[in-house]
Design a protein around this ligand. Structure first.
Ligand SMILES: Cc1cc2nc3c(=O)[nH]c(=O)nc-3n(C[C@H](O)[C@H](O)[C@H](O)COP(=O)(O)OP(=O)(O)OC[C@H]3O[C@@H](n4cnc5c(N)ncnc54)[C@H](O)[C@@H]3O)c2cc1C
Length: 301
């Protein structure tokens, strides 16, 4: 069998699957099938795939799926799994830290510490990839991904790779807009660690505080809603007496009311029901409209 026929007509070296369950690739452990699911062998293979894909097909980039709700009807386009191909991690000749989009954010944090940098520690608690952190401007403990970005490598639908500086993008709280939206990797400018700074201790303390405050042992996607200006989504949801509310297999977490957990047999519709319910109750009771931080994709049935 030729490589192309093994890969359903695509001439690529990576692994291409049809009708792949997204429940296997998201931290909520729910979601219907992706029509096409591609794990490129390397960056060139990824570009080859983009060029061969029918231009009418939507593309969804996937990191660790820790901020993603794929609806039960699935995603009719192509999912690009970045975790294998985009794994470069190094300190470059200019002394800046470079990471591919598929590198786990936690790995980047520890690599930064090991190479004498400071301020990347916050990334250790974010269970996603560098690509996801770039797309979301992920942040914690006052740190935000884009504060440390010097440049990014991007890809567009025509298969063109560009190097862009951070100034080419408009950055906000969990929001990033710019000339391209697909990230292959980034160059970061973290500070040199101060004398006596113990980055691993910082990471340990941040992770312990997370474990105390968040239901980290459950299937969830972190904070469901963005915090509105000057307030906390969790406080607003709790003020509406929604702590612990269950719908099907999903539940508003007791430990942190901005988290929705999958108790084992939830479907995406159960989770989305609770998202809509919490939003409606908060609006009715407090007048505040909550916006989702999690990305919701796909069709309902
Ligand atoms: C327990 C828990 C705690 C969390 N805590 C935090 C926190 O403290 N702070 C925080 O900000 N987030 C937090 N999150 C949410 C999540 O981890 C972050 O948003 C993370 O950055 C998502 O990365 P990912 O690789 O999992 O992205 P995915 O969930 O795979 O994707 C998220 C979005 O990014 C896009 N994307 C992914 N890779 C790329 C790429 N290479 N190019 C372009 N777009 C891409 C996807 O298409 C999607 O729209 C938490 C989640 C969990 C489960």
């Amino acid at each position: 069998m030729s490589a192309a026929s093994a890969n359903h007509g695509f001439s690529v070296r990576g692994e291409l699957r049809l009708e792949e369950s997204m429940a296997r690739h998201t931290s909520w452990r729910v979601g219907g099938n992706a029509a096409v699911f591609f794990t490129p062998a390397d960056q060139d293979d990824l570009v080859e795939f983009i060029l061969q894909l029918d231009s009418s097909m939507d593309i969804l980039w996937l990191g660790l799926g820790s901020n993603l709700l794929v609806r039960d009807g699935g995603f009719s386009g192509a999912v690009i799994d970045t975790r294998k191909a985009l794994q470069m991690l190094e300190v470059n000749e200019s002394g800046f830290l470079c990471a591919g989009a598929g590198v786990a954010a936690a790995k980047l944090a520890r690599f930064a510490v090991a190479n004498g940098f400071q301020n990347a520690e916050f990334l250790a608690g974010i269970p996603g990839t560098v690509g996801g952190a770039l797309a979301m401007n992920a942040g914690a403990w006052g740190g935000e991904t884009w504060r440390y970005v010097r440049s990014v490598e991007t890809l567009n639908r025509q298969g063109e790779i560009q190097i862009r500086t951070a100034k080419d993008f408009q950055i906000g709280y969990r929001s990033v807009t710019g000339p391209e939206k697909w990230f292959l990797g980034a160059e970061f400018e973290f500070e040199k660690a101060a004398a006596g700074f113990n980055g691993l201790l910082e990471i340990k303390s941040m992770l312990a505080q997370r474990a105390a405050a968040q239901p980290v042992q459950t299937a969830n996607a972190g904070s469901v809603f963005r915090n509105p200006e000057g307030d906390y989504a969790a406080r607003l949801i709790e003020s509406c007496d929604l702590k612990g509310v269950v719908h099907g297999g999903a539940q508003i977490a007791e430990k942190h009311t901005n988290f929705i957990i999958n108790n084992g047999d939830a479907c995406a519709a159960d989770i989305e029901f609770l998202i809509d319910f919490a939003r409606q109750q908060v609006l009715k009771t407090t007048g505040v409209t909550l916006e989702t931080e999690v990305r919701i994709v796909g069709s309902k049935s």
